[in-house]
Write a protein that binds this ligand. Structure first.
Ligand code: 5GP
Length: 193
């Protein structure tokens, strides 16, 4: 998506450890008009899917997921990170290793809010190694719901997540795929889509 690529080139900052910082429009300060354009693009890309719920993970997925949910006219559920998981059986849980924080979290969703009747679009801001998405897919499967697709704002194509998810046969749509980035020169190269 040209608009997003241009914004990354204008405002993205390359940090150490293969991190692209876009906190001035995507995951700290949020440009909601841009989110709306991205939401409409996801709506177009998944037009043939019977999506009735958006699922994301806290915290940085929530902003974009809310706007996408409005475009699809469906509710959004976010997986919560928990220090210790409530074992009462009322939640589905899994573990996710955080790329940015280098630690493992338990994440959970309430059984009240997802079940076999649900056709889910998973949405997140970034895709790196795919751990966050794998955790979300596990939660959907544990609930007996269906993953209809995954929508990502920025995929780092030089990391493994995109290949892992596409090899699972899931429709994965990333609005910008960064194939190379060089923190020394500031150069960012996008995949032609
Ligand atoms: P993964 O689980 O695919 O390795 O990483 C995805 C998660 O890590 C995303 O939810 C996102 O919050 C965070 N993340 C991964 N790479 C980056 C990055 O380059 N920049 C930012 N801002 N977040 C990232």
């Amino acid at each position: 998506m040209k608009l997003l690529e241009e914004r990354i080139l204008k405002d993205g900052i390359l940090a150490e450890g293969d991190v692209l910082k876009v906190d001035c429009f995507l995951n700290h300060l949020m440009d909601v008009k841009l989110f709306h354009e991205m939401g409409m693009e996801f709506k177009r890309l998944f037009a043939d899917k019977p999506i009735n719920k958006i699922l994301t993970i806290e915290a940085s997925g929530i902003g974009i997921a809310c706007v996408v949910a409005e475009c699809f006219d469906v509710p959004v559920l976010f997986a919560k990170k928990a220090q210790s998981v409530n074992l009462s059986g009322e939640v589905y849980t899994t573990k996710v290793e955080s790329f940015t924080h280098k630690r493992t979290y338990d994440v959970m969703v309430s059984k009240k809010f997802i079940g076999p009747q649900d056709h889910v679009l998973i949405v997140d801001d970034f895709l790196a190694n795919g751990c966050a998405l794998q955790g979300l897919i596990e939660l959907v499967e544990a609930a007996g719901a269906t993953v209809e697709g995954i929508g990502i704002c920025i995929e780092k194509g030089f990391q493994q997540g995109g290949k892992k998810i596409r090899d699972m046969g899931i429709q994965l749509e990333s609005l910008a795929i960064v194939d190379a980035m060089n923190p020394e020169t500031g150069e960012i190269r996008f995949r032609e889509q």
